[in-house]
Design a binder for this molecule. Structure first.
Ligand code: GDG
Length: 481
């Protein structure tokens, strides 16, 4: 079967561009779950439309950047003056916290400088800009797959332009309970737009259920086993738990240079058990809670002091937003306090890095870690958990996983599930992981490894595309086309 060409639309492209001359650009790969997931897509002819990470205002620069990106199958969206209020404002300061149950930040109310309305206007304009770019590159028969909360108005713009376009929308974050979602002033417009898509996908049943409930109680419309029914149109709502590209992690962790890194790190951390944390520096990842739990563990387990360390990779993200800078300061203070309390001349219990690490080193760390500690307060899925499971080698490490991450529903059976708000519970789980017998570790790892191997990104994308194809070809049959 020939597959349709796929147009992926997401806020960001997988690379961030940097200008090196009037007509020359260099690129750096982005770290983040959406990028990791979509880079695993194989078997589709794909064009990726998104923001290149910089604002470019001159024609020469835009043209040169578009040409350079075309070689990577990418098409840039230039957001220019709407970028700040759209991205830092509406997307990251309003939608992101609400979707993660953090409530609305102060800017949500009209503080006289930035109003909700101006940020929402920027959101609408930005979605229009995305639409213009898709329209320019769309060819009949393409499937347009819109990703995440940044482009919730795009399905409607696309369908108004061409009702025959095949459009899917997938949310990478949680969809919150309707009690939280309905605080959003633009709640109805956004829902109505999403419902114009042919297929709407979520990571878990809970998120899909919350979405359907929101449609029922906010729009007052019906839901059937088929999906949500709005003005006679049925929109299918389904669950597609995302995975990773397991072979990429398994094979990388077997490369000689990665084995060298493993040896080096084991040597660097000799005599200490390694608990690893890998998160974007985002308040939804619960880093302060993680540090407090580790502090509690050290407080209550004198014997372990000097024999266990927490290495936290805290990848910088959204530095333009004040809340993120505050959280970073809070983490630094906590680390300083804990290292001051429990460190010695030769070692400190926490190593906190404000940077990302190269992929091969990340795989080496996953492979040798004795435990991975995930304390997300809310998380759509959490790919890091699956990556850790895929890379584990000789003596299997333990996954300590927040029950508030989507991954808790798929990897829970082979993990120690914790409530990250319960510091004592997380501290106890750290103890349990460090004291677990090799047989129990092996047993738990086996369950999760089996899951990770069989639930790949490719499977996720194939499932979504097959379902979309099934829906749109049924529609054609029903319409007699
Ligand atoms: C969003 C949702 C959902 C991290 N540090 C480094 C590095 N990374 C890579 C990891 C992983 C990705 O970033 C993080 O993915 P997560 O899924 O854990 O989290 P988000 O970025 O918040 O992703 C999330 C996801 O979308 C997919 O739908 O699971 O819930 O929030 O792939 O490997 N990569 C490298 N160095 C690092 O230091 N090379």
């Amino acid at each position: 079967m020939t597959r349709p060409r796929l147009i992926v639309v997401s806020m960001s492209l997988p690379v961030t561009a940097k200008r090196t001359g009037e007509e020359s650009w260099s690129f750096a790969m982005n770290s983040g779950g959406l990028v990791s997931a979509l880079l695993g897509l194989k078997g589709f002819e794909t064009k990726w439309i998104g923001w290149p990470g910089v604002d470019v205002y001159d024609v020469v620069g835009k043209k040169a950047l578009s040409t350079a990106l075309a070689e990577k199958g990418c098409i840039p969206v230039f957001l220019e003056e709407v970028c700040d209020q759209y991205f830092n404002g509406y997307c990251n300061n309003i939608l992101w916290p609400i979707f993660h149950y953090m409530g609305a930040p102060p800017e949500y109310r009209d503080d006289g400088t930035i109003t909700y309305q101006s940020q929402y206007d920027a959101y609408k304009k930005a979605n229009r800009i995305f639409f213009d770019v898709v329209k320019e590159h769309y060819q009949e028969g393409d499937v347009v797959w819109c990703h995440d909360y940044h482009v919730m108005l795009l399905p409607q713009y696309l369908k108004e332009y061409n009702s025959k376009m095949n459009v899917g929308w997938f949310l990478h974050t949680p969809f919150p309970s309707s009690e939280m979602y309905k605080t959003l002033p633009s709640r109805s417009e956004l829902l109505r737009s999403i419902l114009t898509a042919d297929l709407v996908g979520f990571h878990t049943y809970d998120f899909a259920r919350h979405f359907v409930n929101a449609c029922m109680c906010i729009l007052g419309i019906d839901a059937t086993s088929e999906g949500v029914v709005d003005q006679g149109k049925v929109t299918q709502v389904a669950v597609f738990p995302i995975g990773i590209e397991p072979e990429r992690f398994i094979s990388t962790s077997e490369l000689p240079e990665v084995v060298q890194y493993m040896k080096k790190f084991k040597n660097d951390f000799a005599g200490r058990k390694l608990i690893l944390g890998v998160d974007r520096m985002d308040f939804v990842k619960g880093l302060p809670q993680k540090y407090q739990a580790f502090e509690k563990f050290l407080e209550e387990n004198e014997d372990w002091r000097g024999k266990v360390m927490l290495l936290q990779i805290a990848v910088p993200t959204r530095n333009g937003i004040g809340e993120y800078r505050k959280m970073k300061d809070q983490c630094h203070k906590l680390v300083g306090r804990i290292n001051g309390r429990f460190g010695s001349i030769s070692s400190v219990p926490i190593t906190h890095l404000d940077c990302s690490v190269p992929f091969d080193q990340l795989c080496a760390l996953y492979a040798i870690a004795d435990a991975l500690l995930v304390t997300s307060l809310r998380d759509g899925m959490n790919l890091v958990s699956s990556e850790f499971v895929a890379c584990q080698k000789e003596e299997k490490g333990v996954l300590i996983l927040s029950e508030f991450a989507g991954a808790g529903q798929s990897l829970g059976a082979g993990a120690l599930l914790v409530n990250p708000w319960n510091i004592k519970e997380v501290s106890n789980a750290i103890g349990e992981a460090l004291n677990m017998s090799p047989e129990e570790k092996e047993r738990k790892h086996k369950i999760n490894f089996q899951y990770v191997k069989t639930h790949s990104t490719q499977q996720w994308a194939d499932d979504f595309m097959n379902k979309l194809n099934e829906i749109t070809s049924n529609g054609e049959l029903q319409n007699g086309n």
